[in-house]
Design a protein around this ligand. Sequence first.
Ligand code: ADP
Length: 245
Amino acid sequence: MSIQLSLNGVNRSFDGFKAINNLSLTVEKGELRAIIGPNGAGKTTMMDIITGKTRPDEGEVLWNQTVDLTRTDEADSANLGIGRKFQKPTVFETHTVADNIALSLKADRGIWATLFNRRTAAEEARITELLELVKLDGDRDRLAADLSHGQKQWLEIGMLLAQDPELLLVDEPAAGMTDAETMRTAELLRGIAGKHTVIVVEHDMDFVRALDCRVTVLHQGHVLAEGSLDHVSANPQVIEVYLGR
Ligand code: ADP
C-alpha cells in the first residue's frame, strides 16, 4: 500500500491557543480511517488543514508523498482529488436524485445540457453505478427534497463520488440518523473505501464500531492513540479523556 496523506509535526494556533499541537498522522491509499476525540480535540481544524481551508503555522502535510498541501487552497485541494462532506447535507432539493448526481458528474457539458438534453448512455450508466453504491438506486426519480435526512447524506456522498475524488473527508455522517441508517452508512463507506481513501470524523461509537477500521483518537491537537476501536478504547489515557477519570 502507498501513502495517501501524511501530516508531520503540524501546529496551528488560534490567538495563542494550540488547536493542533505537533500532529503527525499517516493514511494509506484506499484506507478507511475514523477520527474520534472529544469536542475541541482539533478534528475540524485538522480537516480544514487537509483541505487548505486553514494553513498550519508549522509542519508538513503531504499528498501522495509529493504535493505540499500547506500551500494549497480549497479549490486546489478539490482539483487534486480531495472531496469534503460537511455535516449538514447540501443537495439540490428541487431536482431528482438522478439529476443531483448528473449535475455533479465531471463533465464539460454545461448545467442546462445536463438537465435538459438526453443524457449519454455512459452518463446514465455512471449515475446508476453511483446510486447503487450509495443505496439510492430505488429512488432515482424522487425529488431530493422528499428524501429522509439519512438519504440526503447518502445522496451528497454520491454527488462527491461523481467527482471521482481520491480522498473523501466525511464529517459526522451519522449525526441525526436512525440506527438503521447509521448502520447502512457504515456499510456504504466500507464499500467506497479501497477505491477511494475515506477519512470519517465521528462521535457515534456504534457507528465507528460498524466501520470496523483503524481509529485515530485526537486530544488537544495531537494523536493520543491509534489502532482498532477495541485497542484504543482499552487505552487508559483514552478512557481518562472520555470519562474524566
Ligand atoms: P473539534 O472539531 O475536535 O471539536 P476544533 O478543531 O473545532 O475541534 O477546535 C479545536 C480548538 O480550536 C477549539 O478549542 C476551538 O475553540 C479552537 N478553534 C478552532 N477554530 C478556531 C478559530 N477559527 N478561531 C479560534 N479558535 C478556534
